[in-house]
Design a protein around this ligand. Structure first.
Ligand code: BV8
Ligand code: ZN
Length: 247
Protein backbone atom coordinates (compact mmCIF):
# COMPACT_ATOMS: atom_id res chain seq x y z
CA UNK A 1 0.00 0.00 0.00
CA UNK A 2 1.31 3.46 -0.82
CA UNK A 3 0.43 6.77 0.80
CA UNK A 4 -1.33 8.89 -1.87
CA UNK A 5 -1.67 12.56 -0.89
CA UNK A 6 -4.64 14.70 -1.93
CA UNK A 7 -2.18 16.88 -3.81
CA UNK A 8 -1.10 13.94 -6.00
CA UNK A 9 -4.72 12.93 -6.57
CA UNK A 10 -5.77 16.49 -7.47
CA UNK A 11 -2.85 16.80 -9.89
CA UNK A 12 -3.81 13.57 -11.65
CA UNK A 13 -7.53 14.42 -11.71
CA UNK A 14 -6.94 17.93 -13.07
CA UNK A 15 -4.10 17.10 -15.49
CA UNK A 16 -4.74 17.58 -19.22
CA UNK A 17 -1.23 16.68 -20.46
CA UNK A 18 0.43 13.60 -18.98
CA UNK A 19 3.72 12.12 -20.21
CA UNK A 20 5.66 9.07 -19.10
CA UNK A 21 9.20 7.70 -19.33
CA UNK A 22 9.64 3.98 -18.72
CA UNK A 23 12.69 1.76 -18.35
CA UNK A 24 13.46 -1.92 -17.94
CA UNK A 25 11.90 -2.00 -14.46
CA UNK A 26 8.38 -1.78 -15.86
CA UNK A 27 8.93 -5.05 -17.74
CA UNK A 28 10.60 -6.87 -14.82
CA UNK A 29 7.27 -8.27 -13.58
CA UNK A 30 6.68 -9.65 -17.07
CA UNK A 31 9.82 -11.73 -16.57
CA UNK A 32 12.32 -9.67 -18.59
CA UNK A 33 15.65 -9.08 -16.82
CA UNK A 34 16.62 -5.47 -16.15
CA UNK A 35 20.08 -4.16 -17.00
CA UNK A 36 21.54 -2.90 -13.75
CA UNK A 37 19.59 -4.73 -11.07
CA UNK A 38 21.16 -7.50 -8.97
CA UNK A 39 20.53 -10.11 -11.73
CA UNK A 40 20.61 -7.54 -14.56
CA UNK A 41 21.87 -8.29 -18.05
CA UNK A 42 24.90 -6.05 -17.67
CA UNK A 43 26.04 -7.96 -14.57
CA UNK A 44 26.61 -11.04 -16.74
CA UNK A 45 28.16 -9.27 -19.72
CA UNK A 46 29.41 -5.80 -20.50
CA UNK A 47 27.37 -3.79 -23.01
CA UNK A 48 30.42 -3.44 -25.28
CA UNK A 49 30.69 -7.24 -25.52
CA UNK A 50 27.40 -7.65 -27.35
CA UNK A 51 25.36 -4.44 -27.38
CA UNK A 52 27.59 -2.06 -29.30
CA UNK A 53 28.62 -1.29 -32.86
CA UNK A 54 32.18 -2.43 -32.12
CA UNK A 55 30.94 -5.82 -30.91
CA UNK A 56 28.69 -6.09 -33.97
CA UNK A 57 31.43 -5.28 -36.47
CA UNK A 58 33.81 -7.61 -34.62
CA UNK A 59 31.39 -10.56 -34.75
CA UNK A 60 28.02 -9.72 -36.41
CA UNK A 61 26.79 -13.33 -36.35
CA UNK A 62 27.28 -13.59 -32.57
CA UNK A 63 25.57 -10.28 -31.81
CA UNK A 64 22.65 -11.14 -34.10
CA UNK A 65 22.32 -14.54 -32.46
CA UNK A 66 22.20 -12.94 -28.99
CA UNK A 67 19.50 -10.51 -30.08
CA UNK A 68 17.47 -13.24 -31.76
CA UNK A 69 17.77 -15.27 -28.52
CA UNK A 70 16.53 -12.28 -26.47
CA UNK A 71 13.77 -11.67 -29.02
CA UNK A 72 12.40 -15.24 -28.79
CA UNK A 73 12.23 -14.85 -24.98
CA UNK A 74 10.57 -11.43 -25.25
CA UNK A 75 8.00 -12.63 -27.80
CA UNK A 76 6.70 -15.17 -25.24
CA UNK A 77 6.11 -12.69 -22.39
CA UNK A 78 2.96 -10.71 -21.70
CA UNK A 79 2.45 -7.14 -20.54
CA UNK A 80 1.92 -6.79 -16.79
CA UNK A 81 -0.61 -4.57 -14.93
CA UNK A 82 1.75 -1.57 -15.16
CA UNK A 83 1.73 -1.67 -18.96
CA UNK A 84 -2.03 -2.18 -18.98
CA UNK A 85 -2.75 0.78 -16.68
CA UNK A 86 -0.63 3.08 -18.87
CA UNK A 87 -2.67 1.99 -21.90
CA UNK A 88 -5.86 2.84 -19.93
CA UNK A 89 -4.46 6.24 -18.91
CA UNK A 90 -3.75 7.05 -22.56
CA UNK A 91 -7.47 6.69 -23.26
CA UNK A 92 -8.43 8.91 -20.31
CA UNK A 93 -6.19 11.96 -20.79
CA UNK A 94 -6.71 14.35 -23.75
CA UNK A 95 -2.95 14.56 -24.26
CA UNK A 96 -0.93 11.50 -23.18
CA UNK A 97 2.40 10.20 -24.46
CA UNK A 98 4.71 7.39 -23.45
CA UNK A 99 8.46 7.43 -24.09
CA UNK A 100 10.17 4.14 -23.42
CA UNK A 101 13.81 3.07 -23.28
CA UNK A 102 12.62 -0.51 -23.54
CA UNK A 103 13.00 -2.43 -26.78
CA UNK A 104 10.53 -5.21 -25.84
CA UNK A 105 7.37 -3.86 -27.51
CA UNK A 106 5.27 -4.60 -24.39
CA UNK A 107 3.62 -1.15 -24.24
CA UNK A 108 2.14 -1.62 -27.72
CA UNK A 109 1.19 -5.21 -26.83
CA UNK A 110 -0.71 -3.77 -23.81
CA UNK A 111 -2.66 -1.40 -26.08
CA UNK A 112 -0.68 1.86 -25.82
CA UNK A 113 -0.73 3.58 -29.22
CA UNK A 114 1.45 6.67 -28.70
CA UNK A 115 4.75 5.00 -27.83
CA UNK A 116 8.08 6.71 -28.53
CA UNK A 117 10.69 3.94 -28.67
CA UNK A 118 13.80 5.94 -27.74
CA UNK A 119 16.15 2.96 -28.03
CA UNK A 120 14.40 1.16 -30.90
CA UNK A 121 12.86 -2.30 -30.87
CA UNK A 122 14.31 -5.81 -30.67
CA UNK A 123 11.29 -6.97 -32.67
CA UNK A 124 12.69 -5.28 -35.79
CA UNK A 125 15.92 -5.74 -37.78
CA UNK A 126 17.35 -3.12 -40.13
CA UNK A 127 20.16 -2.66 -42.61
CA UNK A 128 23.27 -1.19 -41.01
CA UNK A 129 23.96 0.85 -44.16
CA UNK A 130 20.70 2.08 -45.70
CA UNK A 131 18.45 1.65 -42.63
CA UNK A 132 15.80 -0.37 -44.47
CA UNK A 133 13.77 -2.71 -42.20
CA UNK A 134 14.45 -6.39 -42.96
CA UNK A 135 11.92 -9.12 -42.15
CA UNK A 136 12.40 -12.86 -41.42
CA UNK A 137 16.17 -13.16 -41.33
CA UNK A 138 17.85 -16.59 -41.30
CA UNK A 139 20.87 -16.99 -39.07
CA UNK A 140 22.49 -19.92 -40.94
CA UNK A 141 24.24 -17.47 -43.21
CA UNK A 142 25.15 -13.85 -42.41
CA UNK A 143 22.02 -11.93 -43.51
CA UNK A 144 22.62 -8.96 -45.77
CA UNK A 145 20.40 -6.27 -47.25
CA UNK A 146 19.99 -5.98 -51.04
CA UNK A 147 22.32 -2.99 -50.83
CA UNK A 148 24.98 -5.27 -49.37
CA UNK A 149 24.77 -3.81 -45.86
CA UNK A 150 24.84 -6.06 -42.78
CA UNK A 151 21.52 -6.73 -41.01
CA UNK A 152 21.40 -5.59 -37.36
CA UNK A 153 18.76 -5.30 -34.62
CA UNK A 154 16.81 -2.03 -34.86
CA UNK A 155 18.04 -0.87 -31.45
CA UNK A 156 20.20 2.07 -30.37
CA UNK A 157 23.61 1.03 -29.05
CA UNK A 158 25.84 3.12 -26.83
CA UNK A 159 27.49 5.89 -28.80
CA UNK A 160 24.68 5.87 -31.37
CA UNK A 161 22.24 8.71 -31.84
CA UNK A 162 18.65 8.13 -30.80
CA UNK A 163 16.02 8.56 -33.58
CA UNK A 164 15.91 12.37 -33.65
CA UNK A 165 12.20 12.74 -34.43
CA UNK A 166 11.31 10.45 -31.52
CA UNK A 167 13.70 12.24 -29.17
CA UNK A 168 12.23 15.61 -30.17
CA UNK A 169 8.66 14.41 -29.51
CA UNK A 170 9.71 12.98 -26.14
CA UNK A 171 11.33 16.28 -25.16
CA UNK A 172 8.31 18.29 -26.30
CA UNK A 173 6.02 16.02 -24.25
CA UNK A 174 8.22 16.49 -21.17
CA UNK A 175 8.31 20.29 -21.62
CA UNK A 176 4.51 20.55 -21.92
CA UNK A 177 3.43 17.95 -19.34
CA UNK A 178 1.26 18.88 -16.34
CA UNK A 179 2.26 15.56 -14.74
CA UNK A 180 5.33 13.49 -15.73
CA UNK A 181 5.95 9.89 -14.64
CA UNK A 182 9.38 8.22 -14.48
CA UNK A 183 8.70 4.51 -14.05
CA UNK A 184 11.18 1.63 -13.66
CA UNK A 185 14.28 3.42 -14.84
CA UNK A 186 17.59 3.90 -13.08
CA UNK A 187 17.85 7.23 -14.95
CA UNK A 188 21.45 6.30 -15.77
CA UNK A 189 21.40 6.44 -19.57
CA UNK A 190 21.35 9.71 -21.47
CA UNK A 191 19.74 11.55 -23.14
CA UNK A 192 16.62 9.61 -21.96
CA UNK A 193 17.54 10.22 -18.31
CA UNK A 194 17.26 13.98 -18.87
CA UNK A 195 13.53 13.77 -19.70
CA UNK A 196 12.13 13.81 -16.12
CA UNK A 197 14.52 16.69 -15.32
CA UNK A 198 13.36 18.56 -18.42
CA UNK A 199 9.76 18.03 -17.32
CA UNK A 200 10.46 19.28 -13.80
CA UNK A 201 12.37 22.31 -15.10
CA UNK A 202 9.35 23.18 -17.24
CA UNK A 203 6.84 23.08 -14.39
CA UNK A 204 5.58 19.50 -14.47
CA UNK A 205 4.65 17.64 -11.29
CA UNK A 206 7.02 14.65 -11.48
CA UNK A 207 6.14 11.26 -10.01
CA UNK A 208 8.73 8.47 -9.87
CA UNK A 209 7.89 4.78 -9.34
CA UNK A 210 10.89 2.56 -8.63
CA UNK A 211 11.98 -0.34 -6.44
CA UNK A 212 15.04 1.66 -5.36
CA UNK A 213 16.13 5.25 -5.11
CA UNK A 214 17.67 6.61 -8.27
CA UNK A 215 19.77 9.61 -9.24
CA UNK A 216 16.56 11.65 -9.70
CA UNK A 217 14.65 10.51 -6.60
CA UNK A 218 15.55 13.65 -4.66
CA UNK A 219 14.67 15.87 -7.58
CA UNK A 220 11.14 14.65 -8.37
CA UNK A 221 8.01 15.74 -6.49
CA UNK A 222 6.98 12.27 -5.30
CA UNK A 223 8.95 9.01 -5.42
CA UNK A 224 6.97 5.83 -4.71
CA UNK A 225 9.09 2.88 -3.64
CA UNK A 226 7.85 -0.49 -4.89
CA UNK A 227 6.79 -2.52 -7.91
CA UNK A 228 5.25 -0.64 -10.83
CA UNK A 229 2.79 -3.53 -11.39
CA UNK A 230 1.38 -2.92 -7.90
CA UNK A 231 1.74 0.84 -7.45
CA UNK A 232 0.28 1.97 -10.78
CA UNK A 233 -3.01 0.02 -10.36
CA UNK A 234 -3.34 1.35 -6.81
CA UNK A 235 -2.66 4.94 -7.89
CA UNK A 236 -4.96 4.76 -10.88
CA UNK A 237 -7.83 3.26 -8.84
CA UNK A 238 -7.50 6.09 -6.33
CA UNK A 239 -7.71 8.62 -9.18
CA UNK A 240 -10.81 6.93 -10.66
CA UNK A 241 -12.46 6.80 -7.22
CA UNK A 242 -11.80 10.52 -6.74
CA UNK A 243 -13.28 11.30 -10.17
CA UNK A 244 -16.39 9.20 -9.41
CA UNK A 245 -16.76 10.94 -6.05
CA UNK A 246 -16.66 14.35 -7.79
CA UNK A 247 -19.11 13.45 -10.60
C1 BV8 B 1 24.19 8.87 -27.26
C2 BV8 B 1 19.72 -0.81 -26.22
C3 BV8 B 1 25.42 10.41 -28.50
C4 BV8 B 1 20.34 -2.05 -26.66
C5 BV8 B 1 20.78 0.59 -24.54
C6 BV8 B 1 28.87 10.36 -19.76
C7 BV8 B 1 27.89 11.20 -19.26
C8 BV8 B 1 26.65 11.29 -19.90
C9 BV8 B 1 26.38 10.51 -21.03
C10 BV8 B 1 27.35 9.67 -21.49
C11 BV8 B 1 28.59 9.59 -20.88
N1 BV8 B 1 29.33 8.68 -21.56
C12 BV8 B 1 28.58 8.19 -22.61
C13 BV8 B 1 27.40 8.80 -22.56
C14 BV8 B 1 26.27 8.57 -23.47
C15 BV8 B 1 25.61 7.22 -23.19
C16 BV8 B 1 25.24 7.08 -21.73
O1 BV8 B 1 24.27 7.67 -21.29
N2 BV8 B 1 26.02 6.29 -21.00
C17 BV8 B 1 25.72 6.12 -19.59
C18 BV8 B 1 25.90 4.65 -19.21
C19 BV8 B 1 26.63 7.07 -18.81
N3 BV8 B 1 24.42 7.24 -23.99
C20 BV8 B 1 24.48 6.82 -25.26
O2 BV8 B 1 25.46 6.34 -25.77
C21 BV8 B 1 23.22 7.03 -26.08
N4 BV8 B 1 23.58 7.69 -27.30
O3 BV8 B 1 24.39 9.52 -26.26
O4 BV8 B 1 24.60 9.26 -28.49
C22 BV8 B 1 25.64 10.79 -29.90
C23 BV8 B 1 25.44 12.12 -30.27
C24 BV8 B 1 25.67 12.48 -31.57
C25 BV8 B 1 26.08 11.53 -32.53
C26 BV8 B 1 26.24 10.19 -32.14
C27 BV8 B 1 26.02 9.81 -30.83
C28 BV8 B 1 22.58 5.70 -26.44
C29 BV8 B 1 22.02 5.06 -25.20
C30 BV8 B 1 21.20 3.81 -25.58
C31 BV8 B 1 21.97 2.60 -25.18
N5 BV8 B 1 21.15 1.43 -25.46
N6 BV8 B 1 20.17 -0.54 -24.86
C32 BV8 B 1 19.90 -3.22 -25.84
O5 BV8 B 1 19.01 -3.05 -24.97
O6 BV8 B 1 20.43 -4.30 -26.11
S1 BV8 B 1 21.10 0.90 -22.90
C33 BV8 B 1 20.03 0.19 -21.81
O7 BV8 B 1 19.94 1.11 -20.69
C34 BV8 B 1 18.59 -0.04 -22.23
O8 BV8 B 1 18.21 0.64 -23.40
C35 BV8 B 1 17.83 0.54 -21.07
O9 BV8 B 1 16.58 0.89 -21.43
C36 BV8 B 1 18.68 1.70 -20.74
C37 BV8 B 1 18.36 2.36 -19.41
O10 BV8 B 1 18.32 1.37 -18.41
P1 BV8 B 1 16.93 1.22 -17.58
O11 BV8 B 1 15.83 1.02 -18.55
O12 BV8 B 1 16.82 2.35 -16.62
O13 BV8 B 1 17.18 -0.16 -16.86
P2 BV8 B 1 18.07 -0.42 -15.55
O14 BV8 B 1 18.26 -1.89 -15.44
O15 BV8 B 1 19.26 0.49 -15.56
O16 BV8 B 1 17.14 0.08 -14.34
C38 BV8 B 1 15.92 -0.60 -14.05
C39 BV8 B 1 15.28 0.18 -12.93
O17 BV8 B 1 14.02 -0.40 -12.64
C40 BV8 B 1 16.08 0.13 -11.62
O18 BV8 B 1 16.11 1.45 -11.09
C41 BV8 B 1 15.25 -0.80 -10.72
O19 BV8 B 1 15.31 -0.40 -9.37
C42 BV8 B 1 13.88 -0.59 -11.25
N7 BV8 B 1 12.96 -1.74 -11.10
C43 BV8 B 1 13.25 -3.06 -11.21
N8 BV8 B 1 12.10 -3.77 -11.08
C44 BV8 B 1 11.09 -2.88 -10.91
C45 BV8 B 1 11.63 -1.57 -10.93
N9 BV8 B 1 10.88 -0.47 -10.78
C46 BV8 B 1 9.55 -0.65 -10.61
N10 BV8 B 1 8.95 -1.86 -10.58
C47 BV8 B 1 9.69 -2.99 -10.72
N11 BV8 B 1 9.08 -4.19 -10.69
ZN1 ZN C 1 20.65 -1.70 -47.06
Amino acid sequence: MIEISDNVLDRLVDAKKVAVLTGAGISAESGIATFRGKDGIWTKLKPDELASMEAFLRNPARVLEWYEHRRTIIEQVQPNPAHIILAEMEKFYPDFSLSTQNIDGLHKKAGSTIVYELHGSILRNRCNECGRLIENIKLDELPRCDCGGLVRPDVVWFGEMLPIDILDMSYAAAQEADVYFSIGTSAAVYPAAYLPIEAKNNGAFVIEINLDTTTISNYVDVSYRGKAGEILPELWNAVKNKINAIN
